[in-house]
Design a binder for this molecule. Structure first.
Ligand SMILES: C[S@@+](CC[C@H](N)C(=O)[O-])C[C@H]1O[C@@H](n2cnc3c(N)ncnc32)[C@H](O)[C@@H]1O
Length: 232
């Protein structure tokens, strides 16, 4: 079974022989891949939607993996017991939802060793939560699929210090490891901000002026990182 580059990068972060919880599994590609490739001993695959759950039930049955993939319906970590899984994957949702899932069942989250998180949006808010709630980001990956970039965060419980606010927007590990896609990712972000600046130029309210200067500062910060990595 061949995964998309995004799902493969998530799978590559999962340590061998773990028991994995795939929260919001939807199609179930990841659980099936992890069992068929003997990466995970067992996967608990969950989803809040009945439709999604039916997809994975059929898929798992078609691959004869019922004994290895435990399929559960429910919200976030609510249907996981303490110490039942050692690795959790929460992927393909917004960063705020991911942070809410972690925060809502802190006792369960405390019992998990590896957190593989892939927010589609609001990565900054998710990193902020991780910094403020005793997580340590071990590594990050960046994947480009179609016209979209995906950031994948591998974290554990621990402690880390925010040395610069820009690390909320651009993961420090992506910069330190000189991720090959980082420059393209920054140019992509600057392009989006410049488009918004253009739209704001015609507006004359206090709020739009504040937003204009805020975005200008943001672009300056991003260009600062570009200069730094181009100079290395
Ligand atoms: C876009 S899919 C992502 C599927 C897969 N994780 C991936 O990365 O390809 C998001 C899935 O999360 C599920 N979901 C949303 N909120 C959830 C929650 N609170 N608990 C469990 N699943 C949730 C949705 O029903 C949907 O199936």
């Amino acid at each position: 079974m061949i995964l998309s580059e995004r799902l493969q990068s998530i799978a590559d972060f999962i340590p061998n022989n773990t028991i994995v919880g795939d929260i919001g599994t939807d199609h179930g590609y990841l659980p099936v891949y992890l069992i068929e490739n003997k990466i995970a001993k067992k996967v608990i695959a969950t989803d809040i939607s009945n439709n999604s759950l039916n997809k994975i039930i059929q898929f798992v049955e078609s691959r004869c993996l019922k004994d290895f993939v435990d399929i559960r319906l429910g919200d976030g970590l609510e249907i996981i017991k303490p110490f039942e899984i050692d690795t959790v994957v929460i992927a393909g949702m917004g960063g705020i939802l991911i942070k809410d899932i972690l925060n809502k069942n802190k006792d369960i989250a405390e019992s998990i060793t590896n957190f593989i998180l892939q927010p589609n949006i609001a990565t900054k808010e998710l990193r902020e939560y991780l910094y403020q709630n005793e997580f340590e980001i071990i590594d990050e990956k960046l994947v480009e699929e179609g016209n979209k970039f995906y950031e994948i965060i591998y974290a554990k419980k621990g402690k880390m210090y925010l040395k610069d606010n820009i690390y909320l927007e651009l993961g420090e590990k992506l910069i330190l490891n000189r991720n090959p896609l980082l420059k393209r990712f920054i140019y992509h972000k600057i392009g989006i901000l410049e488009d918004i600046l253009q739209q704001l130029q015609d507006k004359d309210t206090e709020k739009s002026k504040d937003r204009y200067y805020e975005l200008m500062d943001n672009i300056k910060e991003l260009k600062g990182v570009l200069n730094k990595i181009e100079g290395i």
